[in-house]
Ligand binder design. Sequence first.
Ligand code: CA
Length: 219
Amino acid sequence: MKSKILVLVTAVVFIGMGVFVIWGNDTSTTFDDRPSIEDQPTLGDETAPVSVVEFGDYKCPACKSWGETVFPLLEETYLNSSDDVSFTYINTLFHGEESELAALASESVWEENPDSFWTFHKTIFDNQPDQQNHDERWITSESLGDMAGSLENGPDAEQVVEDVENGTFADEVETDQNVVQEYDIELTPSIMVNGTLLEDPFDWEELNAEIEEALEDDS
Ligand code: CA
């Protein structure tokens, strides 16, 4: 009896491992075209052969974490040293009104003061409360204005508040949502390398390998 149970348990464990391996090997999704990065905030050369696109949401804790863990590797390995790789951020609104307000502010800064875009971008994520408190309301037009105002040579805080409250760049936010739909983005962050949507945005090895493959395809 005992050995039968052992066999059964072993079988269940192996089946379980099998399922896990199949999941683990799930391939990334490839589209015919890469997302358009025209008029989108981009680090590096917009015409670089390899474009890395993040679909992100300022209200999303995983996006803050991606920016703190994976992005620095991307920056160090490619963005600082290669003209062949670019990085673009596209607003993805998965957390309601606060996501939208932050997106409006980021589009405002991108239009009105593009040189301070990436500092402002990072500052919003830096202001995100820790995991435990991330549901609390922390994004308002005023708080976004304060974030802008806190930066040296940063964006005009009053302009940011005004643009957020008037929805001045609502069309730009909508453009981003159209791209989100076009590529069936369901999670944030989602990372694409040219036309390939990565299975796991936090897997640096996978991201690195996709970039290398795309560079090779280009050469
Ligand atoms: Ca945008």
